[in-house]
Design a protein. Structure first.
Length: 444
């Protein structure tokens, strides 16, 4: 039975009404931006809850990940859900085309048995009608929001249909908390529709509770640590890329606008000490692949492109990783890894990806968005922060010059990851409880 109306509930309903009105008022600007995110296999009307096509069979679990980084971080959870709930299919939604590409790479990697049970669609914009249409069409047995995806109208639509909702790997940075606190009635209303919030840290749990999370909140640790470490299949990456060549190779992954020029400057300095050094450069966003290729050519670098299956001849100085779903393979092909989004003030990206492969990891000073997983690596010496391109070149050179040091740092990273694993099993246990209340728990 619904709880009787309260003054707090009235404020929350008013806040959601004002929020929806603001969305409608801003819709021309929203559509102009979102309409550029086009994937040929996904009609644009999916942004309004239409055109979902044939969905995988019910019962169906819905998992929402904002973009490519969240999909990568959720990979272990996705695979575990497919294995733990064999009677269920899994629908993954993203907001971005890059996220869609990452999901497609996961689908392509599935077996013939599991592939039909995994699908991707775009998340509808959070208009009330679009949210209702989407939830009514998907009919999820359970809805999972990854990290900080709290869309008020979508969560309200789930609650109206009795869909249990969990926030998994719940993350709320201090900066995001400061923003959300200004609209606390709206966020409190959204959180009121969450049945279980699995926070990755005590600090995150406290922030969610301060915003008004009224139901069960648990601290389960970060799912990002639950990755497979040192995949032996990837150890052949360098050999398949370079053949019998023993050139020193470093990888700059998930680079962002304005960062590639700094990295190429570091590469120029590095090649003064290691003339045969090869840089594998992997921009974060596919829409910038051609732009970065042009930058490399303008600066005089002989460049080969992954998408063209170009050979890495001895005179190639930069290898552009311009494909989706291959970042781990490219990290594994290097002797040293640099994680981008950190030499520019963007908060960094996931430093665990190369660490899980036993690679020594470098990053820039901006790491706010991943400080929770970075701190253990920093303390163990598996991760080193550099302030400038010159310092980056020196750090790469030091590791290339001392393979024993590089190996020790790589092994330290693997040990950190293994020591912090376990969030996945705790998350699955909590999800079992949500599904079992409707008689749809895991098959034992």
């Amino acid at each position: 039975m619904p709880a009787p109306p309260t003054e707090s509930g009235a404020r929350q309903r008013l806040a959601r009404g004002l929020y929806s009105a603001a969305l409608y008022a801003l819709s021309p600007l929203i559509f102009r931006r979102i309409w550029r995110e086009q994937v040929p296999t996904h009609p644009r009307r999916q942004r309004l809850g239409f055109g979902l096509g044939v969905l995988p069979p019910t019962p169906r679990i819905w998992l929402h990940c904002a973009s490519v980084g969240e999909v990568r971080a959720a990979k272990a959870l996705i695979e575990a859900l497919l294995a733990r709930y064999p009677r269920h299919s899994l629908l993954i939604t993203t907001m971005t085309a890059t996220g869609a590409g990452q999901v497609q790479a996961l689908i392509d990697a599935q077996t013939e048995t599991t592939r039909p049970r995994l699908a991707h669609r775009f998340l509808p914009l959070d208009f009330p009608g679009a949210a209702r249409r989407f939830v009514a069409r998907v009919k999820p047995a359970m809805a999972l929001m990854f990290e900080t995806e709290l869309w008020p109208n979508l969560l309200h639509a789930c609650a109206r249909r009795g869909v249990p909702v969990a926030v998994v790997n719940g993350r709320l940075s201090e900066r995001a908390f400061s923003r959300y606190r200004r609209i606390r009635p709206l966020m409190a209303g959204a959180l009121a529709n969450v049945d279980w919030l699995a926070a990755k840290s005590v600090a995150d749990a406290h922030r969610f509770q301060a915003l008004g999370a009224p139901r069960r909140v648990s601290v389960i640790g970060s799912l990002k640590f639950d990755v497979a470490v040192s995949d032996s299949r990837l150890e052949e990456s360098k050999r398949s890329l370079l053949g019998k060549s023993d050139r020193p190779v470093w990888v700059a992954g998930s680079t962002r606008d304005g960062e590639e020029a700094l990295i190429l400057g570091a590469h120029r300095a590095l090649r003064q000490r290691f003339p045969q050094a090869l840089l594998i450069l992997v921009p974060r966003h596919p829409q910038r692949f051609d732009e970065v290729a042009a930058l490399c050519e303008q600066e005089g670098w002989r460049t080969a492109r992954r998408s063209e299956n170009a050979a890495v001849a001895d005179d190639v100085a930069v290898y552009l990783g311009d494909t989706l779903g291959e970042l781990a393979t490219l990290y594994a092909a290097g002797d040293v890894a640099f994680v981008g989004g950190s030499l520019v003030k963007l908060g960094g990206h996931n430093v665990l990806e190369p660490a899980a492969l036993g690679r020594p990891v470098l990053c820039g000073p901006s790491l706010e968005n991943f400080i929770d997983v970075a701190e253990p690596l920093l303390q163990a010496g598996a991760l080193e922060q550099v302030e400038t391109p010159a310092a980056l070149a020196s750090a790469v050179a030091a590791l290339l010059n001392d393979p024993a040091l590089a190996n020790a740092r790589g092994q330290a990273g693997i040990e950190v990851i293994r020591d912090h694993q376990g969030a996945l099993s705790r998350t699955l246990k909590g999800l079992d409880a949500l599904l079992s209340r409707d008689g749809e728990g895991p098959v034992s």
